[in-house]
Unconditional design. Structure first.
Length: 221
């Protein structure tokens, strides 16, 4: 009788220890899963912000290019007024630098998140080629000749349109990619629930199995 009681006490303690350990493992596993998914969520949020930064940089590049074109036209229109000509020439240069800076900002952010920068590299190269065309045309300007400004401007009319379209195309691609990343968030959330549910189900399975074995051993005593 005493032996049977001691044996049952031993089994009870064993079951309690096992249950405690299993519960602790389940809690620890759940905590680790939560940390993993939390890191994934934070990474996704940071990536979304960086994609938005890329879009804004491309917007800045497009705006800067438009300003560059306008300053060019204003510069030619005021070729016979040195003060105003110099002002618009300086603004033209600053706008050109602004376009390059915006494109480089987009490239840096894309590189930071592991994106291919080939499209941005092409835009940078294209803008440099465009600027060369402007400078070549400008070298033929003769302020003393009234018709010179019009002749110079005709050499590059519409030359910036392709770059404008290419910037818009790259931005559209970034926007589509950002939306794709956003739509993946519910999928990630679903995976979280599935993993936590699987962990809980596994824990319950082992507890049930041990409970069954324990009851069998107890019944036989």
């Amino acid at each position: 009788m005493t032996s049977t009681h001691s044996h049952r006490t031993y089994l009870s303690k064993t079951f309690l220890i096992f249950t405690t350990v299993l519960t602790m493992l389940a809690i620890a596993g759940g905590y680790q899963l939560s940390r993993i998914f939390s890191q994934v969520d934070q990474s996704a949020a940071q990536r979304s912000v960086q994609l938005l930064d890329i879009e804004e940089s491309l917007d800045d590049a497009a705006i800067g290019l438009g300003r560059q074109v306008q300053e060019w036209k204003d510069m030619l229109l005021r070729a016979n007024d040195k003060a105003r000509y110099d002002f618009h020439q300086k603004s033209f240069r600053e706008s050109s630098i602004g376009v390059q800076y915006a494109l480089l900002e987009a490239k840096t952010t894309m590189r930071d998140i592991g994106m291919d920068t080939a499209d941005i590299d092409h835009l940078i190269s294209e803008h440099k080629s465009l600027l060369s065309e402007y400078l070549i045309a400008h070298s033929k300007l003769k302020p003393s000749m009234k018709e010179s400004s019009g002749q110079v401007d005709m050499q590059i009319v519409g030359i910036d349109r392709k770059l404008q379209r290419d910037i818009a195309s790259v931005k559209a691609g970034i926007t589509a990619f950002a939306k794709q990343q956003m739509y993946r968030t519910p999928e990630t959330q679903g995976s979280r629930y599935w993993m936590i549910g699987l962990l809980g189900a596994t824990s319950l399975f082992f507890m049930a199995m041990f409970g069954f074995v324990f009851s069998q051993l107890t019944t036989r005593q």
